[in-house]
Design a protein around this ligand. Structure first.
Ligand code: HEM
Length: 163
């Protein structure tokens, strides 16, 4: 498909840049929150510490951080990113598997939506445990799996911090 400069909306390009910077930087908040949630559960389980108040707060912060990241991702995906919006136009470019466009149109959103579902299932399962040790064990397993899914979906070849 030929690139049509007239079709590019300039205010959207500025917003695109800022949302891309924020989405890239917020990944660290998400990953650190997930890591802190899991490590804190491991330590408190080993030291036989109670789950509340730190456990529930960390878990809630982790899932809210993922929610915010998904919202920014959806804005990029649906309206702002030329990579995805140009590729999804009717009669748009073909997406060879393995290309960057294929990764951002198909692979990245699919993995991250699975992580979004996983973090919310984790919150419910952790809350339903009946003992401190149960809350902590479930936090390690379910938030840990969510963290691994997130790590697998991050485009690590992109800048680690965009300015
Ligand atoms: C929830 C966890 C998510 C994490 C940790 C994450 C992380 C990232 C990172 C690190 C980048 C590269 C940013 C850069 O190049 O500076 C990126 C780009 C992108 N993400 Fe996500 N993302 C998440 C969810 C999503 C979701 C759910 C969607 C879509 C619905 C999405 C859509 C995109 C798009 C379209 C880009 C590329 C934009 C472009 O280069 O034009 N992301 N993401």
């Amino acid at each position: 498909m030929a690139f049509a400069p007239a079709a590019v909306n300039l205010p959207n390009l500025t917003l695109y840049r800022w949302v891309l910077i924020a989405h890239g930087a917020w990944r660290w908040v998400v990953l650190i929150a997930g890591f802190a949630t899991v490590v804190s559960a491991v330590l408190r389980l080993a030291e036989k510490q109670p789950w509340a108040p730190a456990g529930p707060k960390l878990g809630r912060f982790f899932s809210i951080a993922v929610d915010i990241q998904v919202l920014m991702g959806a804005a990029l995906y649906l309206t702002l990113s030329p990579l995805t919006t140009l590729a999804m136009r009717p009669g748009g470019v073909k997406l060879p598997p393995g290309s960057q466009a294929y990764f951002f149109v198909v692979v990245h959103p699919a993995i991250m939506i699975i992580a979004f579902i996983a973090v919310h299932i984790a919150s419910v399962l952790v809350r339903r445990a009946r003992s401190d040790a149960g809350h902590q064990r479930r936090s390690i397993i379910f938030y840990g799996v969510t963290l691994l899914i997130l790590l697998a979906g991050v485009p690590w070849w992109r800048p680690w911090l965009r300015m």
